[in-house]
Design a protein around this ligand. Sequence first.
Ligand code: CA
Length: 689
Amino acid sequence: MKYDAELIKSYSTKEFEEKYEYKGKDLGCNFTDEGIVFKVWSPLAEKITLNIYKSGEVKGSYIPGASESISDKINDNDNDKASDNINGRASDNTNDKIKEYPMTPEDKGVWSCVTDKDIENLFYDFTVEHKDGSIYTTIDPYAKACGVNGRRGMVVDLSKTDPEGWDDDNRVLPNSVCDCVIYEMHIRDFSADPKSGIKNRGKFLGISEKGTSYNGYKTGMDYLKELGITHVHLLPFYDYTMLDETEPYDENKYNWGYDPLNYNVPEGSYSSDPYDGRVRIKELKQMIKELHENGIGVIMDVVYNHTFNEDFSFNKLVPGYFYRFNEKGKLSNGSRCGNDVASERCMVSRFISDSVYYWAKEYHIDGFRFDLLGLLDTDTINDVRKKVDTIDDRIILYGEGWNMDTALSWDNVKLANQKNINELDRFAMFNDGLRDAVKGSIFHEDQKGFISGDVTGIDVVKDSLKGLPEWCDSPEKTINYTSCHDNYTLYDKILMCNEGITREEAVKQNKLAAAIVILSQGIVLLHAGEELLRQKVDEEGNYVSDSVRSSDKVNSIKWEDLDKEEVRDVVKYYQGLISFRKTHPEFRLTGKDDVESKIEFISDSDDLNCFIAYTVKMNGGGKYLVAFNGGEEAKSIDISSLGCKVQSGVLYVCGEFASSQGEKFCKTEDLDEKSSVTVGAKETVVIGF
Ligand code: CA
């Protein structure tokens, strides 16, 4: 796309912002008593027309830009009533436009028109003519429903998309974010495996199916419930670009979804009918409702830092306004996805916060995970916080607070990265330091971490156990994790950096990593399948680091792994750790002072040998002894010097098991001799005294 350099400069002025900032909440298509009202923001346009179509499909153009449609003429022969077109399919390639409405310019760069209600369930787009003569036909950036592949909006009365009982649906929100045990998963990964026993494989409805199993072992939602996680964090499920929704399900055509197309519409490929825009909305709501009914909250992965490409709707309506440009007049590309969204501009900022608010309100979403958060500005993120607080101030917000290079529209913009975390109100960020210190750097395949006996990052592990990594001053701000959808799976990474390691040894390291994350103060995030020793292996037997376009075979959770005894043991261990954490509030402290006064590292810790031990004061007296041994040798801690009485000891976590109830630390016959606790190599111990 060509941009007018002068125009881009003008967008970055205070005058432009003041002149055109529209504060109304009615952009898009809204049902009112007067009729259906359309509003679109395009301050410099010469003319805008609203087009109404019978179908939502634009043939042969699933990737936007592949076929640029330019203001078609009305086909008078096809000008019949809206009536019964509800399947959204284009019957052939002839023009199916049935009406058009001129839009009227209003204040602040907004154009509007009102139509009769008989266009309900039809499809629409805008044709915009700019001063330089360029003409674009585009979907509405505020569209809440669309046809197949997201080229046209759909005129949908959202109140008719609610599943039965939706009004009684309740969000699953924690008192403190530290109560969250988040499970990061992709809709298809979770249910694509034929052995999952799930009927709606790869679909929204597959996630919430009940009563599924493999060989007698629970799968799907029943499995999640038993695991004990509190929230699923789902990889993007807004309408993304790269999958052709008109094609039948193909296990080799897969995408993570970090290629945003329509921010306020669910992805069509996850629905049973991508043509009828109402179906995906209803099915997503159904999925959310059923998860909620089973005590599981839904966190949405949102990607406001870049768009799939410049063919984005907002960019056609106001060319260049949505993006950042560098000094050479080229698109800034800190995202490495071709563009960076100019969140600091008022109408972009508003678009982002409106969008988050909309999902939270309309879909009862419990939390949001911001992709490449470090490219967005702190004011926008605080605005998001403020807006969702009006729904419920417990809504969970976190993101990737990396320090990123980007060309800002003007000076004095603060980016939402780890350095600026204190500029943000109640917002958490990923603790990448812990991730790398535990398992070894994600950037160096052979580099080891604490669990493999490398002491380099031991201080980072210790800080993280307190929920206080160096960039953060409260456990409520850190998302502790060792793996996620990016990079190698935890198990693959362990295999890669420990040549010749046995299955037994690798399992021990995986369990140790899990114990560190789940027992750390802060918020827990687990990559789906970590507890199943998940691997991503391609046909040649290579481990896959970036599986964004790999097949279901590489990406899916393999439920038949439950046949293996050691896998079931690891799942049980994760269950036990999660249950322990949920039962013992001392592992979910929320403030820095609380942490500092309750956690004490023990001098028997031995940094050089990858051994960390500390105590946590119990509410109401007593203490927990917690120890992680990343080394090769068993280590002992003298408990008499800690003032702990063996007789009262309850063993909650050891090499073999983890549980919330625990069992007697010592049997009566060996009580007399016990004055120390032994922690086996690659093992974790938690004892309450
Ligand atoms: Ca799509």
